[in-house]
Design a protein around this ligand. Structure first.
Ligand SMILES: [Zn+2]
Length: 471
């Protein structure tokens, strides 16, 4: 949804020529992606019509409730938005950026290349992280890093190098919402509840000057917990919505790991699904996502909602959705739909329309995992699983020979010893190799409890090394 370019003509060109699969992009997605699952997952169903990408041109016109920031605020002209800043552009003439170098300590380099400290300079994703020390993108959630969480490629949905473009379960629609949560997201959850519909949220940790998602002084933390509690799926849209292709490998890890720490602070676990901002993730990026155990998810129905955020224009997004449903209804081909919960018309107009049409067509509005036939157990990785009653008091049970855990759970039924998930069974009934599994509360009846014998998986060691080694 953000355009984040210095050269308007180049941006416009990229936007126009970007693939129809690339709605969230300011740059075209690599061809490797376009030839990925489109060629495999769509085999059962006829392809959707190609739809050219249109240039960004609008944002919400009505003011939002204070102090919630305006949704979709990103990539905008600083001049147009700085009147209320204590150090607006007219008070800052210190230049920064590729031609001028970095700002001083504690300063932020704005998208237009001026140093300052107010939100308009520091907000993500526009603040130039290579020339700043205090961009929102450079803030970190509190807590241990998550890179030692075991990351086996569980389930049948492909990871990393093979992105997901389409759902597989017939007669399902996966509505996915990017860039939130933000001011309208609570109302969206009410709406989904009213229709008994489930959706997927690709959450960004600190974009658009909204504060951190794990900061309890903002509403986002409770909103995400509500999503989780009520059966929606939570996925990662990176910490601060940078273009992953344009980052170093260390910066890419930083983008994912910091969002993971925040997720862990909010729901106790980290997602296995992610969507790259601007749909931009080249083969290096895909390799990193593969290493980190992420499914890369795009979409096959682009509502173009961020270009249609007026009561009149949103009809175009409705038409896109209606046409996709009409085209595929006969075969039952499922739809993977992208929208953005940061836009007013998406929440208060388009979503109800889509839900009504889904119901009329006898499709089901489900989460991404459900539309891919992926077990809910595979949607997250846990340090402290939310279900705590599974294996409590297990220590006292009589240990016998148990089958090796096929799914990462352990306790009365399975042992972790010899499993691909790790040899220790945590007090919460999940297998792993770190102190969280092998230390206090570890169930000796369902695996090893000796950390000395167990080393973190090669993958985890690799991740830690790579994340902490700037390049
Ligand atoms: Zn986005």
């Amino acid at each position: 949804m953000y355009l984040h370019c210095f050269l308007p003509l180049l941006c416009l060109g990229l936007a126009i020529t970007a693939s129809g699969q690339d709605e969230d992009a300011s740059a075209s997605a690599p061809d490797a992606h376009a030839s990925g699952l489109l060629g495999t997952q769509s085999r059962l169903f006829p392809p959707l019509p190609f739809r050219p990408h249109l240039p960004f041109r609008s944002r919400p016109k009505r003011p939002l409730p204070i102090p919630i920031p305006r949704p979709g605020f990103g990539g905008q002209s600083v001049d147009a938005d700085m009147d209320d800043d204590e150090d607006g552009p007219h008070t800052s003439f210190v230049r920064c950026g590729p031609d001028f170098g970095a700002c001083g300590e504690g300063q932020c380099c704005s998208a237009q290349g001026y140093c300052g400290q107010s939100p308009s300079y520091c907000q993500a994703p526009d603040c130039l992280i290579d020339y700043s020390t205090s961009c929102d993108a450079q803030k970190s959630p509190v807590g241990d890093d998550t890179s030692l969480i075991s990351r086996p490629h569980i389930g049948d949905v492909p990871y990393g190098y093979t992105p997901v473009y389409s759902c597989t379960e017939p007669k399902t629609v996966a509505l996915t919402y990017d860039d939130g949560p933000m001011g309208y997201t609570g109302d969206l959850l009410d709406l989904l509840d009213a229709y008994d519909a489930k959706a997927t949220f690709f959450v960004t940790g600190i974009n658009s000057n909204k504060g951190q998602i794990d900061d309890p002084s903002f509403p986002w933390l409770k909103m995400i917990q509500r999503m989780f509690r009520t059966g929606h799926q939570i996925a990662s849209h990176t910490w601060s919505h940078q273009t992953l292709d344009q980052l170093t490998q260390a910066q890419r890890y930083d983008q994912m790991i910091k969002n993971e720490i925040a997720f862990r602070n909010v729901i106790g676990g980290i997602p296995t699904y992610m969507r790259p901002p601007y749909s931009s993730c080249d083969s290096d990026c895909a390799g990193d996502m593969d290493d980190m155990g992420y499914h890369i998810v795009y979409f096959d129905v682009d509502t173009d909602d961020y270009n249609n955020d007026t009561p009149e224009d949103i009809q175009q997004s409705k038409d896109i959705f209606d046409n996709a449903l009409k085209l595929n209804k006969a075969t039952g081909r499922p739809l993977l739909v992208i929208a953005h919960d940061v836009h007013e018309q998406t929440v208060y107009n388009l979503t109800a329309h889509m839900l009504k049409r889904i119901r009329t067509a006898k499709y089901r509005p489900v989460t991404l995992g459900e539309c891919l036939g992926d077990s809910k157990m595979n949607w997250y990785r846990w340090e402290k699983p939310p279900v705590k009653d599974k294996a409590m008091n297990e220590e006292t049970s009589i240990s016998g020979s148990k089958p090796i855990s096929p799914d990462g759970t352990c306790g009365t039924k399975y042992t972790c010893l010899g499993s691909v998930f790790g040899d220790c069974c945590s007090g919460y009934g999940y297998c792993g190799n770190s102190t969280l599994y092998c230390g206090s509360g570890c169930l000796a009846s369902a695996g090893s409890c000796s950390l000395g014998d167990e080393q973190p998986s090669k993958n985890a060691t690799f991740l830690r090394y790579r994340w902490q080694t700037p390049r």
